[in-house]
Design a binder for this molecule. Structure first.
Ligand code: ARG
Length: 464
């Protein structure tokens, strides 16, 4: 701080420093320090470009770039003196750089503003998060594939309305989530490709009169190209919104799987046993093993969707270009990214560890007249009934079985013939749950052979 108590970065026109409350509402260093790597990387690229273009000397650029590495190691070592008076990560880094390299530090901010600086830092940060999330998604897909492979032919009830509908295979059910996660990865990759343009050099909003080379800094930071419009470059937060939107959909998928794990691990279902590593006990009920990780994943979506809505509200109605409102863009994105990574990791661990119980699943699949559709289809195929009539006949057979307290395959030929004379012994061939799933060989169907085909395709795609 200068002697006047005003800010050393912009204190020229100020007589006094800010009120304590002003400092409290304005300071973001408490959270935007998370951008330190990206901030330093961006500044190093900028300094090099300034020297290449003859805007600052090589000596100054060298000192700046070395000094920034010192700052980086201080922050990494945890002994960097972060200051709320210096507001944000950019000014904290620059102030420390000045202490380390002296006057040269003051030349770093040539042809740049904190507006393009923060836009660049934040893009780099979100891009890193997308890469990490893609890794987390692929790991979870591999865990699901391992489950699918183990039980490609295990039979379980498939549900609609959470009522037993038709038998499906465990592998098929696991692969349904692999598909969803594949689309999540696609959305994140699409967002990554779109956001990969560099705001640096847009300066405050209008560009700069210095002969900068934006192509150079864009390339150095791994961007495909510079953003084309300087006003847009400093104002845009779509990249964070797209990340949050894609993360929200992914979190929604995770919450659905989490809910299934909660249901499946209950004493009423017993389709899976969750490992001790991802469960907890009860302090009062000794018999309990609770699926806490699944419940927490089911709930975490609230934070991610909340962040998405919050940032939309921050950005809504803002005039071009930068407004301080945009400082409210980061905290919730940080939280959402952390939450998504944690949820993906916890789900991967749970899926990897869980023990499916094929016997319990098959027993449940056999109950609830789950092969009634197979019977109706047989009547169409073998007895030439119109489907509507076959549906009606089958309904009558289900009612008969229900009245007798048995399952469809337990009905005698006489019982069957009493309902429709065209039924023959051959009908029993389609009534078992294994027959049922084996017959569903249509593209995308639940037959074990189809499931194994899909597993092989996904293994190839994931390189696993
Ligand atoms: N750290 C600030 C932010 O995140 C930097 C931008 C400050 N710009 C300004 N014109 N006051 O928004």
């Amino acid at each position: 701080m200068s002697e006047t108590g005003s800010n050393s970065m912009w204190g020229g026109r100020f007589a006094t420093g800010p009120d304590a409350i002003m400092e409290a509402i304005n300071a973001s260093i408490g959270f935007d320090r998370r951008l330190f790597r990206q901030d330093i990387e961006g500044s190093r690229a900028h300094a090099l470009m300034l020297a290449r273009q003859g805007i600052i000397s090589d000596t100054d650029a060298g000192a700046i770039r070395e000094g920034l590495l010192t700052v980086l190691s201080e922050i990494e070592a945890g002994n960097f003196p972060f200051s709320a008076a210096l507001e944000d990560i950019h000014m904290n880094v620059e102030a420390r750089l000045r202490e380390i390299v002296g006057e040269a530090a003051g030349r770093l901010h040539t042809a740049r503003s904190r507006n393009d600086q923060v836009a660049t830092d934040f893009r780099l940060w979100v891009r890193d998060q997308i890469d990490a999330a893609l890794g987390g998604i692929a790991a979870l897909q591999r865990a699901l594939l391992a489950q699918a492979e183990a039980g490609a032919g295990w039979v379980m009830p498939g549900f609609t309305h959470l009522q037993t509908a038709q038998p499906v295979t465990w592998g098929h059910h696991m692969l349904a989530y692999v598909e969803m996660l594949g689309r999540d990865a696609g959305r994140l990759s699409d967002a990554r490709a779109r956001m990969n343009e560099c705001p640096l050099g847009a300066a405050a909003l209008a560009g700069t009169s210095f002969p900068i080379d934006r192509e150079m800094t864009a390339a150095a930071l791994g961007f495909d190209r510079p953003c084309a419009n300087s006003l847009d470059a400093v104002s845009d937060r779509d990249f964070a919104l797209e990340f949050l939107a894609a993360a929200s959909v992914c979190a929604m998928h995770l919450s659905r799987l989490a809910e299934e794990l909660v249901i499946w691990s209950s004493a009423q279902f017993r389709f899976v046993a969750l490992s001790d590593r991802f469960s907890t006990g009860s302090s009062i009920m000794p018999q309990k093993k609770n699926p806490d990780a699944a419940e927490l994943i089911r709930a975490k979506i609230g934070r991610i969707v909340g962040a998405n809505v919050a940032l939309l509200m921050v950005m809504k109605g803002l005039p071009l270009a930068y407004s301080k409102d945009m400082k409210e863009d980061k905290e919730q994105v940080f939280d959402a990214a952390d939450t998504l990574m944690l949820a993906l990791a916890a789900m991967e661990g749970m899926v990897r560890d869980m023990q499916a119980r094929p016997d319990a699943m098959e027993a449940a699949a056999s109950a609830g007249f789950s092969t009634a559709t197979d019977l109706a289809d047989w009547l169409v195929r073998e007895a030439g009934l119109p489907f509507r009539e076959a549906h009606h006949v089958t309904g009558a057979l289900v009612a008969r079985a229900e009245a007798l307290g048995c399952d469809l395959p337990d009905l005698s030929m006489d019982e069957m013939r009493a309902v429709h004379p065209a039924i023959t012994e051959a009908v029993y061939g389609v009534l078992g749950v294994h027959n049922s799933v084996a017959s569903r060989t249509s593209l995308g169907g639940t037959a074990p052979g189809r499931v194994r085909e899909q597993i092989a395709l996904w293994r190839e795609r994931l390189g696993a």
